[in-house]
Design a protein around this ligand. Structure first.
Ligand SMILES: [Zn+2]
Ligand SMILES: [Zn+2]
Length: 176
């Protein structure tokens, strides 16, 4: 059964930033049981991370529920980067030292970042209750969590090509 995103791939016209329905990032509207811990690439180390200036630090315990590269326009704008790699955890797995500043990137979604240096740290949303996505790029050892798939590939930049064979989902990945 395929998930129907609230909004199909939006036109890249620069106006969708203010569209409340664009809550599609990261993976939303999944039951927690959709993500099998055993699927996640992980290591026992490298789970600490933080922003560029060090004002916000975090420590993660346990394994990610999933990890993936998002090509959506919202992530792109928020990070001013071609793509964003996310790792999903239960909120209870993540302990912060320093409080991220929160920006409501849509009606139901919050992006956490360092108010001093601007590093994007987290994503939470009402449609993924109890879960938090952490930017893999803010990990001290980002190699420790490898992505499992790409999503919102319909919105990818044509010059942003990855030399991997991971699944590329046009929007959300299909429900298994
Ligand atoms: Zn995204
Ligand atoms: Zn900072």
């Amino acid at each position: 059964m395929a998930i129907t995103p609230r909004v199909l791939a939006a036109g890249i016209d620069g106006t969708q930033q203010s569209t409340p329905a664009l809550q599609h990032c990261p993976v939303g509207q999944y039951p927690i049981t959709h993500f099998r811990r055993s699927d996640a690439t992980m290591s026992e180390q490298g789970r600490d991370g933080g922003c560029q200036c060090g004002a916000v630090r975090y420590r993660i315990s346990g394994e990610p529920l999933m990890s993936a590269i998002c090509h959506c326009t919202m992530c792109r704008r928020a990070s001013a980067a071609p793509v964003v790699a996310w790792a999903m955890f239960e909120q209870s797995q993540v302990a912060f030292d320093g409080t991220p500043k929160i920006y409501a990137s849509s009606e139901d979604a919050q992006r956490g970042f360092c108010g001093t240096c601007g590093t994007q740290i987290s994503f939470t949303a009402g449609f993924i209750p109890g879960l938090i996505d952490i930017t893999v790029g803010s990990l001290d050892q980002p190699e420790a969590i490898a992505p499992q798939f790409h999503y919102w590939h319909d919105e990818h930049l044509t010059w942003a090509k990855f030399d991997d064979t991971l699944p590329r989902h046009p929007g959300f990945p299909p429900m298994e």
